[in-house]
Design a protein around this ligand. Structure first.
Ligand SMILES: Nc1nc2c(c(=O)[nH]1)N[C@H]1C(S)=C(S)[C@@H](COP(=O)(O)O)O[C@H]1N2
Ligand SMILES: [Mo]
Length: 510
C-alpha cells in the first residue's frame, strides 16, 4: 500500500455501515407505516425532545424559531449516521462488534418507541426488529468484501482483490433502497393511517342504510361515498399536527355557565351519532373537486354545549385547531337540530391525521372554513362581534353557508355520436337537492334523472340521456334546492363566500 492509497482512500467501512443502517431504517419505516405503527425515527426524535432540558429547548426555539423541530430531526439523523459509520468501521475489524453496535442502536430506538404511547409503538417495534435484521444482514455482506481472508483489515485499507466499483455500486443500491423505503413510508403515513389504534364504540344512532338507488354506479361518475384516500384535503398546516390522544383535552368555555374540559375518553363515552355528510371547501371552483361525502361518527356539538350551559348572549362558537387556526361558526347551526358533530371517525375508522385526528367538527350546510375545524382543541362560545377568525381576517366572509351547486362528471371531452350519458353530482347541503336540469347548446332546460335522496345533508348524483350529434357541443347543468330555488347563473369566484355559476362542459362528438 502506498501512503496515498491509505490517506486518499474513501472510508469504505463507515460507508458500508451507513448504507446498511439506512436500508434497515428504511425497511423499518416502511413496514411501520404500512402496519400503522409509530415511525422509529420520529419516535426517537420525540424522545429526544422529551429528554431535552427546558433551557436548551427554549434556546433552540429562540435561535431557530419554528425550524427547531426540523433542525432537531436533522441532528438526530446526523448522530445516527455517525454511529452507523462507527458500526461499519467496527464490523470490518470484527463483525460481532459491528452487529453489536447496530443492536445497541436498535435497543435505544425500541425504548423510544415503547415510550411513545399515542402512536402505536409496539407495531413500530416489530417493524424495527425486521429492519434491524435486514440492516445487520446488509452490514455483514457489505463488510465481508472489505475483510481480508487472512485477518482483519482497517477501514482505511481494503484487502487485495477488493472490487471498489462493485462495492460502491452495492453500497449505493442499498442506500437507495433504504431511502426509497423512507420516502414510501412518508407517502403512506402522510395519506392514510390513523395515529393510533383507538377503537370507536358503536353509535347509539347509526347512519340510516343507504337508500337503494342513491348510488347510480355509472362508470366515471363520482361515487356517492368518497373513500378516505380520495377525500380532498385543505388546511393551513405545513406539518400535519400530531395530537396525542392520551393527553387530548377539549376546552369548552366563554359565554357558558360552567367551562368544561373533555378528554378523548369522555367523548367516546358520550352518545355517538353516525351520519353521512358532504363537506365542501369555499375555495371550490365551479366544476371543482374540493368536495367529498363521508360517513362521520361523533358526538353532537349541541350535547357538548349543553353540558357547559349556553349564555343567551352568545351567537357564535370560535373553535381552534392544534395548527393554530381559528374558525367561527354560527351558534345556531350548532344547536338548531342538524347533525353538527365533533367527529372522531370517518367511514368507521378513527380520523386520519390528514383529516383531523383525533377530533374534528363537521357541520352540515356550512363551508369547511367556517365549520370543519380539524385537530380541534378549543370551543369558545362567543359573539361574532367580539372576534375575527383566521379566514375572516384574510377577507373571507364571517359566515359561509354552502351555495347550491352542481358538477358535470360525464361525458369527457370527446365522445361518439348517439346516446351519451351525461352525469354528475349536485349539492345544497341541509336544504337538499330537489331537481337538476341539463341544457345542450343553450337549448331549453331538460330535467335530469336524480338518484335516490340519501339525505338533505349529502350531495345527489344525477344522470341525463343525451342523443349526441356530431360536432362541438356545450353542456350545462343547474340544481334546485328543496325551497325550489335554482342555483344562480351569476358567475362568482370563490372569494369571499363561495363560487357560483353553471358548470359547463364542451364536448367534441365525432
Ligand atoms: N385545523 C384546521 N381545520 C381546518 C382547516 C385548517 O386549515 N386547519 N381547513 C378548513 C377547510 S378550509 C376545509 S375546506 C376543511 C377541509 O377538510 P378536509 O381536509 O378533511 O377535507 O377543513 C377545515 N378545517
Ligand atoms: Mo375550505
Amino acid at each position: 500500500m502506498t501512503s496515498r492509497n491509505v490517506l486518499g482512500r474513501p472510508p469504505y467501512a463507515p460507508l458500508a455501515g451507513i448504507a446498511a443502517g439506512v436500508l434497515g431504517l428504511g425497511v423499518a419505516e416502511l413496514i411501520a407505516a404500512l402496519a400503522g405503527g409509530a415511525s422509529p425515527l420520529l419516535a426517537l426524535g420525540d424522545r429526544v425532545i422529551d429528554l431535552t432540558p427546558r433551557w436548551l429547548k427554549e434556546a433552540a426555539v429562540a435561535t431557530f424559531g419554528t425550524a427547531d423541530k426540523p433542525i432537531l430531526l436533522a441532528c438526530v439523523g446526523l448522530v445516527t449516521l455517525v454511529l452507523l459509520g462507527v458500526a461499519g468501521a467496527l464490523a470490518v475489524r470484527r463483525p460481532a462488534l459491528g452487529v453489536g453496535m447496530l443492536l445497541l442502536l436498535g435497543a435505544i430506538d425500541i425504548a423510544a418507541l415503547l415510550a411513545d404511547r399515542a402512536d402505536n409503538g409496539r407495531t413500530g417495534v416489530i417493524a424495527l426488529v425486521i429492519g434491524l435484521a435486514v440492516g445487520i444482514t446488509a452490514l455483514i455482506l457489505l463488510t465481508r468484501t472489505l475483510r481480508d481472508t487472512d485477518g482483519p483489515a482497517t477501514e482505511a485499507e481494503a484487502p487485495e482483490g477488493f472490487d471498489r466499483r462493485r462495492f460502491l455500486v452495492a453500497a449505493a443500491a442499498v442506500t437507495a433502497a433504504g431511502a426509497a423505503g423512507g420516502v414510501g413510508a412518508k407517502v403512506v403515513t402522510g395519506r392514510r393511517l390513523p395515529v393510533t389504534n383507538v377503537a370507536i364504540p358503536a353509535a347509539v344512532s347509526p347512519a340510516a342504510p343507504l337508500p337503494a338507488g342513491a348510488e347510480l354506479r355509472i362508470d366515471g361518475l363520482t361515487p356517492h361515498l368518497t373513500p378516505v384516500d380520495d377525500f380532498y384535503r385543505i388546511d393551513i398546516a405545513l406539518l400535519t399536527p400530531r395530537v396525542d390522544v392520551t393527553d387530548y383535552r377539549l376546552k369548552i368555555h366563554g359565554l357558558v355557565d360552567r367551562p368544561i374540559e373533555l378528554t378523548y375518553e369522555d367523548l367516546l363515552a358520550m352518545p355517538l351519532y353516525e351520519r353521512r355528510v358532504t363537506i365542501c371547501c369555499v375555495s371550490n371552483e365551479v366544476g371543482g373537486d374540493l368536495i367529498g361525502n363521508a360517513t362521520w361518527t361523533g358526538v353532537r356539538i349541541r350535547d357538548v354545549l349543553k353540558r357547559a350551559g349556553l349564555s343567551p348572549d352568545a351567537d357564535a362558537v370560535k373553535s381552534t385547531g392544534a395548527d393554530g387556526i381559528t374558525i367561527g361558526t354560527p351558534l345556531e347551526a350548532l344547536t338548531d337540530g342538524r347533525d353538527a358533530l365533533l367527529a372522531i371517525a370517518q367511514d368507521g375508522e378513527p380520523l386520519t391525521r390528514d383529516h383531523g385526528f383525533p377530533v374534528r367538527m363537521v357541520v352540515p350546510g356550512l363551508y369547511g372554513y367556517v365549520s370543519a375545524t380539524k385537530w380541534l382543541t378549543d370551543l369558545e362560545v362567543t359573539r361574532f362581534a367580539d372576534f375575527r377568525a383566521y379566514w375572516t381576517d384574510r377577507g373571507w366572509s364571517a359566515e359561509g353557508p354552502i351555495k347550491t351547486e352542481s358538477r358535470i362528471d360525464l361525458p369527457g371531452e370527446d365522445t361518439m355520436p348517439g346516446e351519451v350519458t351525461v352525469a354528475g353530482v349536485a349539492w345544497a347541503q341541509h336544504r337538499g337537492v330537489s331537481k337538476v336540469e341539463v341544457r345542450i347548446d343553450d337549448g331549453p332546460w331538460q330535467p335530469a334523472t336524480l338518484a335516490a335522496e340519501d339525505s338533505i345533508d349529502t350531495w345527489r348524483q344525477w344522470t341525463y340521456r343525451w342523443d349526441a350529434t356530431e360536432g362541438e357541443h356545450r353542456i350545462q347543468a343547474r340544481a334546485y334546492d328543496r325551497t325550489g330555488t335554482p342555483q344562480t347563473a351569476d358567475e362568482a369566484p370563490p372569494a369571499p363566500d363561495g363560487a357560483t355559476g353553471y358548470p359547463t362542459r364542451t364536448v367534441n362528438v365525432g
